[in-house]
Design a protein around this ligand. Structure first.
Ligand code: ADP
Length: 631
């Protein structure tokens, strides 16, 4: 009993937290409007019932025209007011339309935007969010359920309380005579019969709801798969124009259609099986309101027969008790659904409560006018969360102030991981990284991040106006953006753009938006890094989208624009790195060589091998003679 009570308390706290979350995320008005309109709708028929009873009693009794007129006016007036209120509230809720859903998805997006990057990239965190969205989209579980049941909950509470108040008189009115079955039903035994049926109804409803939610939970993983297939076949595949070429060329259409048919059929089969079980559960539940109504009519009739209530009372009580039974059933139903929803709320909060570990440091980074920031890796090793292989092993490296460091190595040798550690997108598994001698974890995270301008290999520019995309802000310094674009080599292109900095990138938001080539987009990403004017400039293998000449141009230019900044540049083409002061060679997560181009070429080792393999593709100046296969 104690355990059950503790469970109920925990469940109620979770549900309340859920409603508080909706309120704080801007969805409170939607919940309130829906709830209030349903509460008014639940009480309205009881008002009519009450006054109808009064009118009938008056007609059967004193028959005062004045009182009858008053009662009729009140019935119509209050009924009208409630009808109006209900419709106004309902329309108010409807007028907010999809706003609720926007706020709901914003809640998750905001969490993702603020979350530590390592968690965003973590497949387990992604799986959590997938599950939250899956349960929500499929059957409106989790926070969505709180909104969906708000109307029924308010209806259940308002209906139960008001109909109970209107019914009380029936049970309190003593029988004045009668015999046999009528006398038994009019006695407290009639009340016991109704209460017994109500208790049975509660128990059965609870059972059915528990089984109902188990059916949903058992099917959740299967539905996650179906949902993934659905998104792949109906959104990803048709939206990806590139795949269209191959589908036609290789005549893959029947293959795709066959796969779609197969998944639709398995889905249908599983739904059929489920539908039978759901129908049985709902069937069992719906019997009780009828049974209770039947018992109520018997008791009301017996009470009237035995002279306990008058004609008006029959109308009022028969209606009120039936409404009570229905409202009570709704209330129990909603509460059971809320209870079973708690496990989904737990999953939701598990995602929303994902701790932000990076924000624990408080030390401000010094704002140094001389940009004297010294970064050192002290025996750093790193494993990605959930992985048992080392991506970086025993790394010792100093980034000297103002130097240009090139990082080279085969794919998967740990170059990008090193940059991620440098920018604190991940923290080392072992060892420490220091900035001017202090562990970087101790610095204020946002201030530390502000020290870096990084152009990632898979950079992303938003389809916003060019000025905003480069400044990463709605408000920006126009002259500074133009200067950054010019430095990045996009000055001429900017002059040719119809609305200059106001020109939209891509066509997502504007039909006349410009589609940049790979090289131009790369330059825009570099401009974004330059506009930020951070003391560290990092370029992560910017060559994927570039032809060899454009790549050469980027590196030449990078040397120039980096100016006095400390610059780190990852490349798989060694000729591009020759302008750097030092070159760090990575192999299987380890730093295997470090030195200038000239010293490394002269040294027997990985760099020399790679250089010789690539040399035939470049001339003396490092200009491309032919496309090299890379590494
Ligand atoms: P590089 O930049 O030299 O190509 P990376 O730093 O990207 O190499 O990768 C180093 C190693 O870490 C590789 O074995 C790669 O598979 C692994 N790795 C990279 N990113 C992740 C990730 N998000 N989760 C798990 N392993 C990863």
């Amino acid at each position: 009993m104690k355990k059950k009570w503790a469970e109920w308390k925990k469940g109620a706290a979770l549900t309340l937290r859920g409603y508080r979350t909706l309120w704080e995320a801007g969805m409170g008005r939607d919940v309130l409007l829906t709830g209030l309109s349903s509460a008014v709708a639940a009480v309205a028929p009881l008002v009519t019932l009450y006054f109808s009873g009064q009118i009938i009693n008056e007609l059967a009794g004193a028959r005062s025209p004045q009182r009858l007129l008053w009662l009729a006016a009140l019935t119509v007036g209050i009924g009208l007011a409630m009808h109006l209120a209900k419709n106004l509230l309902r329309r108010g809720a409807e007028a907010r339309g999809g706003l609720f859903y926007v706020h709901m998805y914003m809640l998750y997006s905001r969490k993702l935007l603020d979350m530590d990057y390592e968690d965003v990239e973590d497949a387990r965190v992604q799986a959590k969010l997938d599950k939250v969205k899956q349960l929500q989209n499929w059957n409106g579980q989790g926070l969505m359920r709180l909104y969906w049941v708000a109307g029924e909950l308010a209806e259940g509470i308002a209906g139960t309380i008001s109909s109970f108040a209107l019914t009380l008189g029936l049970f309190l009115a003593p029988a004045k005579g009668g015999s046999g079955l009528a006398a038994v039903l009019a006695s407290p035994w009639g009340t016991v019969l109704i209460l017994g049926l109500l208790a049975l109804s509660v128990a059965v409803t609870q059972r059915c709801a528990a089984r109902d939610s188990k059916l949903w939970i058992d099917g959740a993983d299967y539905m996650t798969l179906i949902n993934r297939l659905f998104v792949y076949f109906h959104f990803t595949l048709p939206d990806d124009h590139k795949q269209g070429k191959e589908i036609r060329l290789y005549r893959e259409a029947p293959l795709v259609k066959g796969a779609i048919d197969e998944y639709v059929q398995t889905w249908e089969a599983s739904m059929k099986q489920r539908a039978g079980k759901f129908a049985r559960l709902w069937g069992i539940r719906s019997v009780f309101p009828c049974l209770i109504s039947g018992a109520v009519y018997l008791v009301v009739a017996a009470k009237a027969w035995c002279g306990a209530i008058g004609l008006g009372g029959v109308v009022q009580y028969a209606g009120a008790v039936s409404l009570f039974a229905a409202s009570f059933q709704t209330l129990i139903d909603v509460i059971t659904r809320l209870v079973s929803n708690n496990q989904f709320l737990e999953i939701t909060f598990d995602f929303l409560d994902q701790e932000n570990k990076k924000y624990q440091g408080a030390l401000p980074t010094e704002k140094r006018l001389d940009n004297e920031y010294l970064i050192e890796f002290h025996d750093v090793s790193f494993r990605y969360p959930g992985s048992d292989t080392w991506a970086i092993r025993h790394l010792n490296l100093t980034l000297k102030i103002g130097e240009r460091l090139a990082v080279v190595g085969r794919n998967g040798s740990g170059k990008t991981t090193m940059i991620k550690l440098l920018c604190r997108l991940y923290d080392p598994t072992e060892g420490v990284i220091t900035l001017n001698g202090i562990d970087i974890k101790k610095y204020n995270y946002k201030e530390y991040l502000a020290l870096f301008s990084v152009v990632f290999q898979d950079f992303h520019l938003f389809s916003f106006p060019l000025g905003q995309a480069v400044a990463a802000s709605v408000k920006y310094d126009q002259a500074a953006v133009e200067k950054a674009l010019d430095q990045a080599g996009l000055g001429e292109r900017l002059k040719r753009m119809p609305q200059r900095l106001e020109t939209y990138l891509n066509k997502d938001f504007d039909e006349s938006g410009v589609e940049f080539s790979g090289g131009e987009a790369q330059k825009a990403a570099i401009a974004r890094a330059l506009y930020r004017d951070a003391p560290f400039l990092v370029l992560d293998e910017p060559t994927a989208a570039l032809d060899p000449l454009a790549e050469y141009e980027v590196y030449q230019n990078f040397g120039k624009v980096a100016g006095a900044k400390t610059a780190v540049c990852i490349s798989h083409r060694l000729s591009s790195c020759r302008f750097c002061d030092r070159i760090a060679v990575f192999e299987k997560g380890r730093l295997v060589q470090l030195g200038s181009h000239d010293s490394l070429v002269a040294e027997t080792g990985a760099y020399q091998r790679l250089w010789n393999a690539q040399a035939k593709y470049y001339d003396e100046e490092g200009i491309v003679l032919a496309e090299s296969p890379g590494m």
